[in-house]
Design a protein around this ligand. Structure first.
Ligand code: CP3
Length: 350
């Protein structure tokens, strides 16, 4: 068995240690709620130009760490650089989110390949390498990718979706054909995360933001199984690097996900009752989460009460404090400072 590095609070939590003060980071902690991010973003031109520019990507990754001193920095990039590097045209339209030229058939897959994959993503690996040299010594560097189901949803729908009708129709109606897309994503995502780890990522997180839209049988096949394959592939090459899985809105399927994918920790969404997670998930593995990002917009007593509830339930076991979904762009930066203060002074105000 590899010996985990527990010299950093984030890594200690992921290795199963209970700590007095919870380590924390926030999903989407680099972003538009910070004026310094907006300034760099304006300078970069397009959002993808920012993701593929190591100077600027390093800078925006470090911005929230400088302000708030989170225990972990997450690589600044996006889950959709994987389809982009596979050859799928991608654009981020102002105010509309990502748009892709949709792939909906096996024939459409012919346009995708791994031929220029690592070459396209080389600037991301460069960003990871520089971050691993520049971060404060107590700060953990997290790499990430989207999980296959969530990335496929953008690839097939052509962007964000409400109904997921195209991807579900393909997955339900032609599972063998859809499996070819998922196989490509399992392979490319494993490769991508492995390169991030080689470049210096100490933990990786798989974002499965749309895991919650599938019924049980499909959830097992298109969420649990591809995740299990990626984790197995990473463990074969990097046995000591923890993998966090975030199957957002998976509800009652969280338990099977935690038991069967091989992930080292699970990220809890906002809807998961913390008492249930403490009883059912935490005895098996460390958990991360799950403050409603809107409470960080609200602030004040409502924020403090919610943080109290989460810490009371989860901080007596291995735990990483986080949000239950990404931070929103209308979050007042002072509320993040207040959250930081609450977490740093726990359990004094219990
Ligand atoms: O957490 C971090 O600070 C690291 C960076 C990060 C981004 N996206 C930056 C980003 C991470 C980890 C992501 C993950 C991501 N991207 C997910 C999974 C997590 C989740 O939120 O569910 C998803 C589904 C995406 C796809 C994506 N990227 C969407 C839907 C959008 C548009 C939404 C929006 O807020 O405009 C993006 C763009 C994006 N990714 C932005 C950032 C900071 C905003 C782009 C900008 O600056 O204009």
């Amino acid at each position: 068995m590899p010996v985990p590095d527990t010299s950093k609070p984030m890594l200690a939590a992921l290795a199963g240690q209970t700590q007095t003060r919870p380590p924390f980071w926030l999903m989407r902690q680099a972003g538009r709620y910070l004026a310094e991010y907006r300034a760099v973003r304006a300078k970069a031109g397009g959002f993808l130009d920012l993701c593929y520019n190591p100077d600027l990507a390093v800078e925006v990754t470090l911005q929230p760490i400088r302000r708030y001193g989170m225990d972990a920095a997450i690589l600044f990039s996006d889950i959709l650089v994987v389809p982009h590097a596979l050859g799928q045209p991608l654009a981020y339209l102002e105010g509309e989110g990502p748009k892709l030229d949709p792939v909906r058939t096996v024939a459409g897959l012919q346009r995708l390949s791994m031929e220029r994959f690592h070459e396209t993503l080389a600037p991301v690996y460069e960003t990871v390498g520089r971050l691993s040299r520049e971060l404060p010594k107590e700060t953990t560097l997290i790499g990430f990718a989207g999980a296959p189901w969530t990335v496929a949803s953008y690839m097939v729908e052509g962007g964000g979706s409400k109904e997921y009708s195209h991807i579900k129709s393909w997955a339900y109606g032609d599972p063998a054909g859809f499996a070819k897309l998922m196989d490509l994503l399992v392979e490319s995502t494993t490769e991508y995360l492995s390169r991030q780890i080689q470049a210096g990522a100490e933990v990786v997180q798989l974002f499965d933001s749309w895991a919650g839209v599938l019924p049980e049988t499909a959830f097992r096949r298109w969420v649990i199984e591809p995740t299990r394959r990626i984790v197995a592939g990473l463990k074969a090459r990097h046995p000591a690097v923890p993998v966090i899985g975030f199957p957002r809105a998976a509800g009652l399927m969280y338990e099977a996900y935690a038991a069967e994918t091989g992930v080292d920790a699970v990220g809890l969404d906002t809807m998961i009752p913390v008492s249930w997670a403490a009883k059912t998930l935490q005895p098996r593995l460390p958990v991360q989460g799950n403050l409603d990002p809107i409470l960080l917009v609200t602030g004040g007593q409502a924020l403090q009460d919610a943080v109290h509830g989460i810490l009371s339930a989860l901080n007596d076991g291995p735990f990483v404090f986080n949000l239950g979904h990404g931070i929103t762009q209308v979050t007042p930066p002072d509320n993040v400072a207040e959250l930081t203060r609450l977490l740093r002074t726990w359990p004094e105000w219990r």
